[in-house]
Design a protein around this ligand. Structure first.
Ligand code: CA
Length: 227
């Protein structure tokens, strides 16, 4: 069955562009430019994922997500303005699953949509009972264990969270900032090079031990887990 997307975005140019791109990917799209109408449609249900702008007429995106979360756990990706840190923080606090900063590359948004839908599906499959995997690497979110070719990896909590983040975003390049947000939390105030330190720890327990190259460095950008 086709995946149904609700776009709540008042900038017609962006909404139209998203609609075309998503339909091209096979999604069934409904769009509205008004926050109140967006909330009504979202509450009516039937959508697999919602793309929600923050600055909207009728009702702000933050208010939409706040009210929506009282009765629905449909995945929501917020579309926030560049540097609107407060919007991102508030959106996540109110239960948004992820956000994309405008202007965004469509490929990034499509990747975020896939990741969010995948996480949702895994959650429904029984609290992460399904194993995440990449080649011979497997990870169980429920049991909080990871193994390579059947050998259990001895990981600290932080290392495990890093590896889980890499696996959930397999084949998607993650920046240091996105690791910080996903693993350390958006209120983390330290240096982002802590990410490099943890990638080194993980490589020393994984890549180096098993003679494989799973965690790839993308120069000037971040890291990606690939077969
Ligand atoms: Ca807007």
């Amino acid at each position: 069955m086709a995946t149904k997307v609700l776009i709540v975005e008042d900038e017609e140019r962006i909404a139209r562009f998203l609609e075309l791109e998503l339909e091209h990917e096979g999604y069934v799209v409904t769009k509205t430019g008004d926050g109140r109408e967006g909330l009504e449609k979202a509450l009516d249900g039937g959508f697999d994922i919602i793309l929600l702008d923050v600055m909207l007429p009728g009702l702000s995106g933050l208010e939409v997500i706040r009210r929506l979360r009282k009765s629905s756990d449909v995945p929501v990706i917020m579309l926030t303005a560049r540097d609107a840190v407060m919007d991102k923080v508030s959106g996540l606090d109110m239960g948004a699953d992820d956000y994309v900063t405008k202007p965004f590359a469509i490929e990034e948004l499509l990747a975020r949509i896939r990741v969010t839908l995948r996480k949702k599906a895994q959650g429904e499959a029984g609290d992460g009972e399904k194993l995440l995997s990449c080649g011979k690497l497997t990870l169980s979110s429920a049991a909080r264990t990871a193994a390579y070719d059947g050998h259990v990896l001895d990981l600290t909590k932080r290392e495990f969270d890093m590896l889980e983040t890499l696996l959930l975003n397999k084949n998607i390049v993650l920046t240091r900032d996105s690791f910080i947000e996903k693993v350390w939390g958006y209120d983390y105030m330290g240096e982002t090079n802590v990410v490099d330190v943890y990638v080194r720890y993980l490589r020393s327990k994984l890549d180096d031990v098993y003679g494989v190259e799973l965690i790839h460095t993308v120069r000037g950008v971040g890291y990606v887990l690939k077969d």
